[in-house]
Design a protein around this ligand. Structure first.
Ligand code: 5GP
Ligand code: ZN
Length: 139
């Protein structure tokens, strides 16, 4: 899976500058240029995978380790009280850069940032039906 025009691949190759905060041989973390909250950092696999669903499992431990290290660093450096780790997968979910990336966002009391307002099912049966459908699709 290669994309010569991918902006994050260009960052990995050093063709576009970034404010790097952490790197291993397979993972890179750098500041998001348009932070939802100051300190917002991105953690990416260096290899080009479009979404979470494309990332090989054997990269999971290194990625999780990087997210935790960066998350702690972001919290300490910004004196944050909380941390959101999120990911947009596919355009319908708000993904704009199609190189998988985890958003690590420091949170503060009353910072005004709202995400995921709760919705509701018509009834519990609807939820159970969906749960059954999802169970059936998990391979
Ligand atoms: P997405 O909506 O795809 O989950 O998030 C893409 C993120 O990448 C956005 O938060 C955006 O601010 C960030 N971004 C886009 N282009 C660049 C760039 O050239 N450099 C950096 N550091 N961040 C970028
Ligand atoms: Zn890429």
């Amino acid at each position: 899976m290669k994309d010569p025009d991918c902006i994050f691949c260009k960052i990995v190759r050093g063709e576009i500058p970034c404010a790097e905060v952490y790197a291993t041989s397979r993972v890179l973390a750098f500041m998001d240029i348009g932070p939802v909250i100051k300190g917002h950092t991105l953690v990416i696999p260096k290899e080009h995978y479009p979404t979470l669903l494309d990332i090989p499992n054997d990269l999971g431990e290194e990625l999780l380790d990087a997210i935790k290290r960066v998350g702690r660093g972001v919290m300490e450096a910004t004196n944050a009280a909380g941390l959101n780790v999120g990911m947009n997968n596919h355009a319908a979910a708000g993904q704009v850069v199609f190189h998988a990336h985890f958003h690590v966002v420091p949170r503060f009391p009353d910072d005004g940032f709202k995400l995921w307002p709760p919705g509701k099912y018509d009834d519990m049966e609807e939820m159970e039906r969906l749960a059954a459908a999802i169970r059936q699709q998990i391979k």
